[in-house]
Ligand binder design. Structure first.
Ligand code: PBG
Length: 331
């Protein structure tokens, strides 16, 4: 059939700004944002991370300042990641269980402000281990069940310090159910769990490992616990297990190279589904923009909208403060 003769002209709806807005299927709003921040010991510190332009490690007092900024911008939640002093790292990541560790101190300090702001904390041992792995090691093996025991204790320490959302990023088997049980048994029934369900063994985490100081120390790689980038059915099984074990929300990570996984999980389970636009994705956009090779703001907004189109209910992104400011200004 000759569609032009039949009267169908796809460009008609695209003629003007108001019409494009009227037919727009997806929108990015501030409610979609989770802002990951990095913590460091000390006071009055805003230390830049060279591989992540405009991202800083914050001392606790500065983290409180940024939390106030997040609340003012209406960003729903922060995700906290510590740069642990190398002297405090050991084989078993024991600092993860210290109720006075950097993450716990930041949780308490921010919570004391009484902000309308969710605080999410990462459960995994890598910022605390001398070998940079997320779990306990025996020789070259990452021990599953022993690690899960330790992660339960880490989650409890964080919940007690005020974490609203426990986010296990370690990819051990069975950790969601075990952590749920541990939280419930200690009276933390309301503490939410966002499972890093489909977390891939990815090269895109490089700048993050610089930020938390684990890149230099990491022995080998994480392919015996993080997923093979070649797989997609396996991601559905991971999400299914996490949901069955009690996850309130599931996450896919990295983000942009894995939009197909976001879409499949959302379609299959209809649970709150998030994507993590990881450090390497952020670094790529910033590097290209810094060289004048693309328009950084436009690439940022387009990349975030793509997550919405793929079905994500929200995005963890280092662009969160920037994009929240732009959205507030009506851009
Ligand atoms: C640690 C963890 C990682 C990230 C979040 N939590 C790194 C890793 O698994 O090596 C990566 C986040 C990013 O790259 O922005 N378990």
């Amino acid at each position: 059939m000759d569609t032009l003769l039949a009267g169908t002209r796809m460009r008609r709806n695209r003629q003007s700004d108001w019409s494009r807005r009227l037919v727009r299927e997806n929108n990015l709003t501030v409610d979609d944002l989770i802002w990951p921040i990095f913590l460091v010991d000390g006071e009055n510190i805003r230390q830049s991370v060279p591989s992540m332009p405009d991202v800083v490690r914050l001392s606790v007092d500065e983290a409180v300042r940024d939390a106030e900024k997040a609340a003012k911008l209406n960003i729903p939640a922060l995700a906290l990641f510590p740069y642990t002093d190398p002297g405090l790292r050991d084989e078993t990541g024991s600092e993860a269980l210290n109720p006075e560790n950097l993450t716990c101190r930041a949780l308490r300090a921010i919570k004391a402000e009484g902000l309308n702001l969710g605080l999410m904390t990462d459960v995994a041992l890598d910022p605390y281990t001398s070998h940079g792995h997320d779990g306990l090691m025996e020789g070259e093996t990452i021990l599953n069940d022993e690690t899960v025991d330790q992660l339960c204790r880490q989650a409890l320490v964080q919940a007690e310090a005020g974490s609203d959302v426990i986010a296990p990023s370690d990819m051990m088997d069975g950790r969601i159910g075990a952590i749920r049980q541990a939280l419930d048994s200690q009276g933390h029934r309301g503490t939410q769990i966002m499972a890093y369900s489909a977390k891939y063994a990815s090269a895109f985490y490089g700048p993050f490992r610089d930020a938390v100081g684990s890149s230099g120390t990491l022995v080998g790689d994480k392919r015996t616990y993080q997923m093979d980038p070649a797989n997609t059915d396996e991601a559905l099984r991971e999400a299914e297990l996490d949901i069955a074990e009690g996850a309130d929300m599931v996450m896919v990570k990295p983000g942009m190279p894995y939009l197909d996984i976001v879409r499949r999980i959302k379609d299959e389970f209809q649970v709150p589904t998030y994507a993590y636009q990881v450090s390497g994705e952020y670094a790529m956009i910033k590097a290209a923009a810094g060289n004048g090779w693309l328009d950084g703001d436009k690439a940022m907004l387009e990349s975030l909208l793509a997550f919405k189109r793929a079905g994500a209910d929200g995005i963890l992104t280092y662009f969160a403060p920037k994009v929240a400011e732009m959205l507030a200004a009506g851009k």
